[in-house]
Design a protein around this ligand. Structure first.
Ligand code: FES
Length: 188
């Protein structure tokens, strides 16, 4: 078997170009790579949200006890959340408004899920300075547009929770949500 002289003068066995020292170096680097992965994985794992954090990030709401015309207040990510079932009349009132006349133009369709227009899910946080509007609780003042009324500075929201009067600049925010069944939603 012929020997091959390497450029640094080291003689290589068999001419296959793999020196023993190279092999040891490759093995050491490979081992270091495994070590790095082993260190990185726990770090990534630590960065993943835990189950209780994920639970806080989303809220499941049971709709089965909310009758047409009723609303409930719950919380989503530690902020008030309003879940309301609109009546046919409230839907008609929202639909008859020309959205181009609104401060924050949106239709009820755009604020609800296809085929489930009666379910209005919004944050319960006034878009002026963050007070909690009235209207989700039993017997509370819903303001002159029948939706929600913020007593702090008099903002009135309509039955699609769109701003109609007062200093609030935007409609009540609709969070991301989806139906998990006919009678339940997952917010977040
Ligand atoms: S915070 Fe609602 S009107 Fe000012």
């Amino acid at each position: 078997m012929a020997s091959v002289e390497h450029t640094d003068g080291e003689v290589l066995a068999g001419g296959d170009g793999v020196r023993r020292r190279d092999f040891i170096n490759i093995a050491a680097v490979s081992f270091a790579g495994v070590g790095a992965v082993a260190v990185v994985l726990p770090l990534i794992d630590q960065m993943n949200p835990s189950a209780d954090v994920l639970a806080l990030a989303s809220t499941e709401v049971d709709l089965s006890d909310i009758q047409p015309g009723q609303a409930i207040k719950t919380t989503f990510r530690s902020q008030p959340l309003f879940v309301r079932q609109l009546t046919e009349k409230e839907i008609a009132e929202a639909d008859k408004v020309d959205p181009s006349t609104l401060r924050d133009p949106q239709t009820l369709e755009e604020r609800t899920v296809d085929g489930k227009k009666q379910w209005l899910i919004t944050m319960g946080v006034c878009t002026h300075l963050g007070c909690v509007p009235l209207g989700a609780g039993e017997g509370e003042n819903r303001g002159e547009y029948g939706g929600y009324f913020c007593p702090c500075h008099g903002s009135s929201y309509d039955t699609a929770a769109r701003i109609r009067k007062g200093p609030a600049p935007k409609n009540l925010e609709v969070p991301k949500f989806s139906f998990t069944s006919d009678t339940a939603i997952l917010v977040g």
